[in-house]
Design a protein around this ligand. Structure first.
Ligand code: URA
Length: 230
């Protein structure tokens, strides 16, 4: 939102007062004096007038979690343990999941309270690859590779999946990189060949890789480089 509108929306200032505050160099945005009414105030911007903090008491949080089997990718569930239950209570408030995983899928899960950032991570338009290790019930044929590249028609959404890269690692093991996150996407892709996915593990999202030192259920904060990579 524009800074002038942000200030004028507060009960304490009208539009004329906002113009004065800016002209008198009394407003700071992220620590810098700003006079431009069009400067952008974002979710985690720090806004001060005469050194009084108006917004910015809450900090952005970015976590990676090694999701174990048997917990749901939701912030609340009446029946099952959720991924949020794996975090200390003090960290949970306002977090959402950037890219859900199924109940029995393991691996990299990212949680944040920064909605703009997580949209960049998950929107198909960004085309950020997500890499999975896939174990299947039946053998994976060489002819799969071309079909993953070509795309699968998903009737429910009426779309064809974007090109995906499949590397066959063993008779029933493959590494798959997809740039979308459609509902049960990987299982439905293998389902086209009547081949059931019996193990699914997310290794990476973009250049963020699941930290090998994290055991299932453990988490850590993302590093500044990991956050900046998105
Ligand atoms: N695709 C699936 O089918 N399941 C997941 O958990 C993630 C991607």
């Amino acid at each position: 939102m524009r800074l002038d509108r942000f200030l004028a929306n507060l009960p304490c200032y009208n539009r004329q007062q906002v113009r004065m505050l800016l002209a008198q160099r009394r407003v700071r945005l992220d620590g810098e004096v700003v006079t431009d009414p069009k400067a952008q105030v974002r979710e985690f911007s720090r806004v001060e007038v005469d050194e009084q903090l108006l917004q910015g008491g809450h900090l952005a949080r970015y976590l990676m979690l090694h999701k174990p089997i048997g917990c749901v990718s939701a912030t609340q569930d009446p029946q099952h343990r959720t991924v949020l239950d794996l975090l200390p209570e003090a960290l949970r408030e306002g977090l959402h999941i950037a890219g859900r995983l199924d109940f029995n899928t393991t691996g990299l899960m990212i949680l944040t309270n920064d909605g703009q950032w997580s949209r960049r991570l998950t929107q198909p338009a960004t085309k950020l690859p997500k890499q999975y290790l896939v174990h299947t019930e039946s053998e994976i044929g060489d002819h799969y590779v071309g079909k993953f590249q070509e795309g699968f028609y998903f009737a429910f959404e009426d779309l064809t999946t974007l090109p995906a890269r499949l590397d066959i690692l063993g008779p029933r093991l493959a590494r798959l990189a997809i740039v979308e996150g459609r509902y049960h996407q990987v299982k439905r892709m293998f389902g086209y060949f009547d081949n059931k996915v019996i193990g699914l593990h997310r290794e990476t999202m973009g250049s963020i890789r699941l930290d090998p030192s994290l055991q299932p259920g453990q988490y850590r904060a993302l590093t500044a480089d990991e956050i900046a990579s998105v």
